[in-house]
Design a protein around this ligand. Structure first.
Ligand SMILES: NC(=O)c1ccc[n+]([C@@H]2O[C@H](COP(=O)([O-])OP(=O)(O)OC[C@H]3O[C@@H](n4cnc5c(N)ncnc54)[C@H](OP(=O)(O)O)[C@@H]3O)[C@@H](O)[C@H]2O)c1
Length: 298
């Protein structure tokens, strides 16, 4: 008999015995759905959010549903290096024993031409440069614990055409799809870089959620957004399904470097399955220039 999403959550995912799991962007869509599953499976959930008020309201809602849950809300703006510094200090001081970090926060169609305070376009700054800085700073800390770092990727990484670093990642005027696809290509290159330079205590994973009708299209006009979300959630994955690749990595002991995506047609939905590494989209220049540009700005 074909396994359902409910079966998978109830019977395949195991209890996590209050292992600490940090989820960035836990206030919406896939991050919120993942948070709910993690709490259901008895993780100690750390919601890393830019809007702490919203995070606390959602924490209260989860506690109503799961009164014995262990949940903490920590501030993190993934597009702000100072906020990342404070977050890394907080994790090193209070939760050095965290098991998994899911770098899930992301944006799609921001205002064109707008830059973050650190000078990066919002999309590449949030989806790529922030995660690279966050991971680099976290792994600099001495640790006696083992950690999984899980990058929330996208099929979109395969759709981008990279020509130059500046036009690829520093141009806030490209169309929304190109900026988004390239940011995920940059994140994939980061995943490969961290995997190749890893030390024993860190494992790196790539999780692809498929396609899901979330708030990622929040900047489209309301009527269009509602229709698009309905279509996406009917024909593609609901957030509860889309978060399963990341949930399955947290739940299993896997060798570092593994990628997981939905197992259905074109990997847009379905239960988690392993996917092959796509070496064709790796270009060492991307991480070389990304790290140089980040630390020149710091
Ligand atoms: N939906 C899809 O079809 C799809 C497909 C492939 C990959 N993904 C990836 O899945 C991840 C989650 O997306 P989603 O679809 O769940 O979108 P979503 O509903 O818009 O959720 C995005 C989350 O990221 C947070 N966020 C945005 N900018 C942030 C920042 N600077 N600092 C900290 N948090 C920030 C948002 O916080 P607020 O609540 O404060 O806005 C929200 O919690 C993204 O990385 C996305 O690229 C999604």
């Amino acid at each position: 008999m074909k396994q359902t999403i409910d079966d998978y959550i109830l019977n395949v995912l195991k209890d996590l015995n209050y292992k600490k799991v940090i989820v960035t962007g836990a206030t919406s869509g896939i991050g919120l759905a993942l948070s709910r599953i993690l709490v259901f499976k008895k993780a100690y959930l750390i919601m890393a959010v830019r809007n702490v008020l919203k995070g606390n309201l959602l924490k209260d809602r989860l506690l109503e549903e799961f009164p014995k849950a262990k949940i903490e809300v920590v501030c993190l703006d993934q597009g702000d290096f100072n906020s990342i510094d404070k977050f890394v200090n907080k994790i090193a001081a209070s939760h050095p024993d965290y098991d998994s970090l899911v770098i899930n926060a992301g944006v799609f169609n921001s205002n064109k031409g707008v830059l973050l305070d650190n000078g990066y376009p919002i999309v590449s700054g949030t989806n790529m440069f922030g995660p690279i800085y966050l991971t680099t700073e976290l792994i600099k800390r001495d640790t006696k614990y083992k950690h999984k770092i899980i990058f929330q990727g996208s099929l979109a990484k395969n759709k981008s055409r990279y020509k130059t670093f500046d036009n690829g990642f520093m141009n806030p005027f490209r169309n929304h799809f190109e900026q988004y696809n390239l940011s995920k290509l940059g994140l994939y290159n980061a995943f490969n870089y961290f995997q190749n330079n890893r030390t024993d205590n860190y494992s790196f994973f790539w999780a692809e959620p498929g396609i899901s009708g979330t708030e990622i299209i929040r900047r489209y006009p309301l009527a269009f957004k509602k229709i698009a979300q309905k279509i996406m959630n009917t024909f593609f994955a609901k957030p509860l399904e889309a978060c399963l690749p990341a949930a399955s990595i947290i739940n299993n002991e896997l060798p570092s470097g593994i990628s997981v995506a939905p197992g259905g047609l074109f990997h847009v939905r379905g239960l988690p399955t392993f996917i092959k590494f796509n070496a064709k989209i790796i270009n060492p220049e991307i991480m070389e220039k990304a790290l140089k540009s980040i630390y020149e700005r710091k």
